[in-house]
Design a protein around this ligand. Structure first.
Ligand code: 13P
Length: 256
């Protein structure tokens, strides 16, 4: 049985004061009723400047820390970049790679995403590899071709075994921040396709692989999405900034 994972992606939101309120509310809920959360893994992926704040706030809880991006290089003259080892220094367990916002706004291509995925693993981080199609691609029935290509770039560069210590997140671009969620059936179809693509190379790795759904996950739709056999949790944007929504999504993943 794969244990579900809920990861909050704060994106470029927050302040010291707002983060404190959010993290205090989330950690207080977990401490008050740990059993409600025990059935799932939870994580928050915060902006770089707040890693130390979040690390301190999450200390002693089961909520893991993550970042939203990293350099494909391990160290060197790369002004403005952040290395995987630096994220480890602040207690990160996860790092998101290849989010559609990075692909769209910062020109990240499949090869660079694959290099970031490998850099994350070299540093001992668990990459959360994002894949997903645009609305135009879905309308042209290219969903499987697109997510297959995005996943395939990582498989080709890092090998199927690399997915033993990784997470994949299916995030249809048209569902991100739009309030338009994929239906549970739409998500399941793509998750099943992704798992099958991995299974062609290694059935055991495929069976263990955590595949998250992301795109307008809210307390109101989390249960039905998480009930799908190949949906192993969620990557949560907007709702991860609202303590009670994030708490309720974590509980949904934990089966509470
Ligand atoms: P929303 O939950 O705000 O749609 O964002 C999804 C996302 O991009 C998570 O990485």
């Amino acid at each position: 049985m794969r244990k579900k994972l809920v990861a909050g992606n704060w994106k470029m939101h927050g302040s010291l004061a707002a983060n404190l309120r959010l993290l205090e509310a989330v950690t207080a809920a977990v401490k008050a009723a740990p059993r409600d959360f025990a059935g799932a893994r939870c994580a928050v992926c915060v902006p770089f400047p707040y890693l130390q704040q979040a690390q301190a706030a999450l200390a002693g809880t089961e909520i893991a820390l993550g970042a939203q991006n990293l350099s494909e290089h391990d160290a060197g003259a790369y002004t403005g970049e952040v290395a995987g080892a630096m994220l480890r220094d602040f207690g990160c367990r996860y790092v998101i790679v290849g989010h559609s916002e990075r692909r769209t706004h910062y020109g990240e291509r499949d090869a660079q995403v694959a290099a970031k995925f490998q850099a994350a693993q070299r540093a001992g981080l668990i990459p959360i590899l994002c894949v997903g199609e645009t609305l135009a691609e879905r309308d042209q029935a290219e969903t499987e071709a697109v997510v297959g290509r995005q996943l395939g770039a990582v498989l080709a560069a890092a090998g199927v075994q690399s997915l033993r210590d990784a997470v994949v997140a299916y995030e249809p671009v048209w569902a991100i921040g739009t309030g338009r969620t994929a239906t549970p059936a739409q998500a399941q179809t793509v998750h099943e396709f992704l798992r099958a693509a991995v299974a062609k190379q290694d059935p055991d790795t495929a069976a263990r692989l955590t595949i998250l759904y992301g795109g307008s996950v809210k307390p109101a739709n989390a249960d039905e999405l998480f009930a799908m056999p190949d949906v192993d949790g969620g990557l949560i944007g907007g709702a991860s900034l609202v303590a009670e929504d994030f708490i309720s999504i974590c509980k949904a993943a934990a089966g509470r």
